[in-house]
Design a protein around this ligand. Sequence first.
Ligand SMILES: Cc1cc2nc3c(=O)[nH]c(=O)nc-3n(C[C@H](O)[C@H](O)[C@H](O)COP(=O)(O)O)c2cc1C
Length: 360
Amino acid sequence: MTARTRLFQPLTIRDVTLRNRIVVSPMCQYSSENGFATDWHLVHLGSRAVGGAGLVFTEAAAIEPRGRISPLDLGIWLDEHVPMLARINTFIEAQGAIGATQLAHAGRKGSVGPPWMEPRGWVTPDRGGWEPIAPTAEKDMPYYPLPHALDADEIAVLVQQFADAARRSDDAGFKVTEIHAAHGYLLHEFLSPLSNQRDDRYGGSFANRIRFLLEVTDAVRAVWPEGKPLFVRISATDWDAGGWTIEDSVELAKILKTRGVDVIDVSSAGIGRSPLESAAQAPLYQVPFSERIRREGGVLTAAVGLITTGTEAESVLESGGADLVALARRYLGDPYFPYRAASQIGEQLPWPRQYRRATL
Ligand SMILES: Cc1cc2nc3c(=O)[nH]c(=O)nc-3n(C[C@H](O)[C@H](O)[C@H](O)COP(=O)(O)O)c2cc1C
């Protein structure tokens, strides 16, 4: 069946074809123990594949234990993590969607409790937490612990751990993987002058601050099969005059493209809490960043952030704002978002045969 709308046009990147442009954005589920995926992940991600998404991301998968945000986060640092991830990916693909991992390190924002833990704060090592790591020994918000500043040898180990995690994603059968370099976590902490005060080759100039991410990208691309797309999620701006800017993001996107990155997944913020970002919160508020990176960087992009209807999603694609649209909170409440979106924009989307008598 030929789609009439852009939202339901397939997209082929390298050897992988997504059936439509709708992406389940990565969302922590706080449902793992020692990093293992569980039946929760199978049902949560599986439902969204049944629900018609083109691309279904796991939550941030930590490349080492300290890379988790909370002790309940998903991990991909052990070969033993692979079988359950493979089961989840097999189910996702059986529904016609493509599964993706997000490779992540929480950096200085690690070792905190899940959102329902009150008060928020450091989970100490005696309660299953750890000493978090960062470019510089500085806290983010007051409720985070003081991190350990990485030396160059420790950075080299992390680069290898990202590559090992990509290899495990491939072993599990995932056809897409994404490096998480956004939201104030470790790789973003190196990019931003707000969180990186190093005076070695990983700090100071733009070229030095992007070095760690480029090393990770090269190491991941070297093990990630040629035919499989690689995404990088960035925070396009820190929403702070002294921080990372959209101009930096455009430059970075151009460089990442030459290193074999196929899609820039464009989010924003995460270092500190900028009043400008809070004030900007409105439907599609991050799309202009995606549009600019796509146009000036000559690269495919995914837009995310307060995209909640089919009409909005279609408008993002139609206006050249992005090639893919990712949804998070809206998707939590509605695994069948693509069906709702289709009905909003006059598209016909066939239900899985088990659900042929479904009504919305
Ligand atoms: C419960 C929850 C968990 C999230 N976990 C992640 C994550 O693991 N990785 C990530 O890059 N973003 C994460 N995010 C951010 C979302 O992927 C998305 O970028 C953000 O919520 C904005 O999109 P939305 O307005 O559609 O919710 C999370 C968001 C929510 C609500």
